[in-house]
Every structure is written in C-alpha cells, then in structure tokens.
Design a protein around this ligand. Structure first.
Ligand code: SF4
Length: 445
C-alpha cells in the first residue's frame, strides 16, 4: 500500500497569527473559507465558522504532555505503542472501528488491518449503507455541492435537520453570496419534507418560498411513494400518509415538474427510522422519473467524522466500501458479516482498535467485553478504561492532512495551526504496523 503521507508536504511548525482559507474538519461540508487565529496553542474562529466549528477549533487543548495510558495508568508513548502492538499481534481477529480520521490516517489503518488480518468499518457506516444499497442495486443521479450551489432552483430537504448536522448548508449552498448562474427572480424554493428541519433555519437573499410538509419521519417513505405516484400519473391510494394532504403533494409535484434543476437533499445520519432505506430508494426513483422531462438530482450530506474519507480510501485500496476483512490474507467484503457494531454486539472479534480523532465531542467506542485500544482525541469521554489509550491530534488543527468532502468529488487540504505535542493517527498506526511480524508472501509456483 502507498505510504500514508504520500502527496502531503512536510509538516512546518505552526505559525502564530491569523490564517485565512482554513478547511474545517468538523462536518462533511468541510467549508474551506474559515479564518482562524492561533497563538500557537489556542485557536479562535474569527470569521465564517458555525457554532459547531467554533466548538471544535476553540476547545481547550489538553494540558501539555498529556500522556498515553495502559489500564488507566500514565505511561510513555513508547510503552503504550509496545503494549498496543503486543495486543494486536496476539489477537486472532482485531476489529478496527470508529475510523474517525483523515485520508492519511485511514491509509495507515488500512495497512495495519492488512498486516494484522483485521476488519475495518466506520462508526457511521450503517447510515452510509442507506446510500450504498441504492448505488449497488439501482444506480442513481447525484449532484455535488458545487453543482447544487450554482444551478438548483428547487431544494427538497428530506427528513433531515441539516442545520444541525451541516450547519452552513443553507448559507453556503442554498443561498450563497455568489453563483455562476442567476437564481430565479422569485428566489429558490426550499421544501422541508418530514419532521426534521425548522422553517426558521432557512433564510437568505436567494431563498424564495419555504414550504413545510411536516409528518413523522416513519411516514416519510409512504409520503414519498404518494408523491412518486402523483408524478407518474398512477392511481392514488386515497389515504393521507402521515396526515399530509394530497393537495400539498400535488403542489410539490408541480414544483418538481416546473423546476429547471431540482435537488433532493438528505443526511443519511438523520434517517434513523424504520424504512429509511426505502426513503433513499424512493427519492432516487423520483429523481430518475423527473429526469425524463427535466433535470433533477440527489445530494447526500454524509461525511461527518471522516466517513467519506474512510469509505473512499477503503474503496480505492481494497476495492470495497468498508466492512472489509483481511483475515483471509486478501480483502473480503461482506456488508453483513463485517459490520463492526454487529460483530461486537454478538461477541465476534477479540480486540477492538477504536480510532476517533475529531471533536468537539469525539465518538466513544461501544460497550464491549473485548479489550480495547483507543487511538483518540484527548477530549473523548470513555465509559470504561481501555487496555491502552493513545491520545492523538485532530486533523486540520494539530497536523496536516486531507479530508474527502461529503459529495466524494474533492478532498480538502488541512493545515497545522497549533502545537500541543500529539502524534497523528497516521503516525501511530504506521508505527504499530511496523512492529508487527512481517507478512510472509506465498511462495511462487
Ligand atoms: S458547516 Fe461544517 S464544515 Fe462548515 S464550518 Fe460548520 S462544522 Fe465546519
């Protein structure tokens, strides 16, 4: 596998001062216009950050020299890495979960999993698989953030409070300061379908009508199915799914038909209800139908916690989109067998290596009886004491790197803005892999 830092310039010491065009690692939009002031150790967002970004960048750094630990007792980094590599070497089936890291960190974890015969899966993969299932079985028409920002005249936001998960989506994509093409004279229409986002969260100079079609999230698939039937001219059920009036759906259908470029937006992480997979399927079907007479596309806003980076790196290095096992010596893909959350719940695997380097509230590992090695942000809150804890820096604050954006068409460069004396996930995983016994190549015939 390629070196984790391939293509990354050498780290320079962080310069105190105000940095412009900073990429934000704290949600999948990865806005690249932040202004961040650094005194070399503490950071402050001085322009363009949302509350989530401010909470992440401005989180108080740990006390200098925060040590790693073994069974809760402070040790040197060398001792922690030695203990972690012993545990990995002794494990029959190590599980690599969380995977909240950047491209370079994920490359290094892939190499470590390959060398140790482990399984890799991201903490948000269950959400991502709502998309993957559609892509693998039906195919779809998808947009990008740039395309949507420049061309869309109708946004339909499906059962997702994007103002919480991706706080600047409306500001940057629905109603940006500049677009390549003129927006409609009466503004862009935004439809909020299903409980999720409050209409008050949608405003801006390019926003026209804001149409709220509330219903319980669990009713969203039925509402979408009714909308699709109207668009196709099929007989209607006569029911009012989710209590939504048919006239409201007929109005939405008319807006979809009249739009030059309708974009259906969802955040897979928010679709946490029974039938959520069906909702993504039906949205994709509606988009496909609309493209017979006009232009429409989907736009998925995943990618938090480095999820898009993990899926991309896993795809280009193993050929599969996460849930991959190296236990047989070659990458083996099985979206059911190699879901780490299920494996842990059913007692499979004998070691959990949990990677979680993003704040402001890093995702902690699930409860498990297996010994756990945590390679994580110092801010992580752990319910139980892990066998080994190795604190690491956050990509884009403590070291350089790259993150793949939620639309998977571009990776954003990350800067090093402060010095708090922590290694990166890539450093730690590379060191661990280097201490494992060499893989013996099969003899040539
Ligand atoms: S919307 Fe997301 S990427 Fe943009 S500043 Fe906020 S947290 Fe960062």
């Amino acid at each position: 596998m390629p070196a984790p830092s391939q293509g990354i310039a050498r780290e320079k010491a962080p310069q105190p001062g105000t940095h412009g065009s900073v990429s934000c690692p704290f949600c999948g939009l990865h806005c690249d216009d932040l202004e961040v002031r650094s005194d070399g150790r503490r950071l402050a967002v001085t322009a363009n950050g949302c509350d989530r970004a401010k909470a992440g960048f401005e989180q108080e750094p740990p006390a200098a020299g925060m040590p790693p630990s073994i069974d809760g007792k402070p040790v040197s980094l060398e001792a922690a890495i030695a203990r972690a590599s012993d545990l990995i070497a002794a494990a029959r089936l190590p599980l690599y979960g969380g995977l909240g890291t950047d491209v370079e960190g994920m490359r290094a974890v892939m190499a470590l999993a390959d060398r140790s015969g482990g399984v890799v899966d991201h903490v948000l993969s269950r959400a991502q698989y709502r998309n993957t299932n559609v892509l693998q079985t039906r195919g779809w028409f998808m947009s990008t953030l740039t395309e949507a920002r420049n061309r869309a005249d109708l946004f339909v936001i499906v059962a997702s409070d994007v103002s919480k998960l991706h706080p600047r989506f409306v500001e940057r994509i629905v109603s940006p300061e500049q677009t390549m093409f003129d927006a409609p004279a009466n503004g862009r229409t935004v439809v909020l379908l299903g409980a999720g986002m409050p209409p008050s969260a949608v405003s801006g100079r390019l926003v026209g009508d804001v149409v709220d079609i509330p219903c319980a999230k669990s009713d969203v698939p039925a509402v979408l199915a009714e909308l699709r039937a109207i668009l196709r001219g099929a007989p209607l059920s006569g029911a009012r799914p989710g209590g939504v009036e048919i006239t409201a759906l007929e109005d939405l259908a008319a807006r979809c038909r009249a739009a030059q470029y309708a974009v259906f937006v969802w955040a897979p992480q928010a679709l946490d209800f029974d039938g959520a997979d069906d909702a993504v399927h039906i949205v994709s079907d509606v988009v496909r139908d609309l493209n017979k007479t006009t232009r429409a596309a989907g736009l998925s806003l995943g990618g938090n916690d480095g999820a898009a980076s993990a899926a991309s790196v896993c795809s280009w290095q193993s050929g599969y989109p996460l849930r991959v096992s190296f236990a047989g010596g070659v990458p083996t893909y099985d979206p059911y067998r190699f879901e780490v959350a299920r494996m842990l719940a059913e007692g499979e695997g004998d070691l959990l290596v949990w990677v979680s380097s993003f704040g402001p509230d890093p995702t902690a590992p699930p409860a498990t009886a297996a010994p756990t090695v945590v390679i994580g942000s110092p801010a992580i809150r752990l319910d139980t004491t892990p066998a080994v804890f190795i604190p690491v820096g956050t990509p884009g604050l403590d070291h350089r790197g790259r993150l793949v954006r939620c639309d998977s068409v571009v990776s954003l460069p990350l800067r090093r803005l402060r010095e708090i004396g922590l290694a990166s996930v890539a450093d730690v995983a590379t060191e661990l892999a280097g201490r494992l016994p060499a893989v013996v190549a099969p003899a040539a015939e």
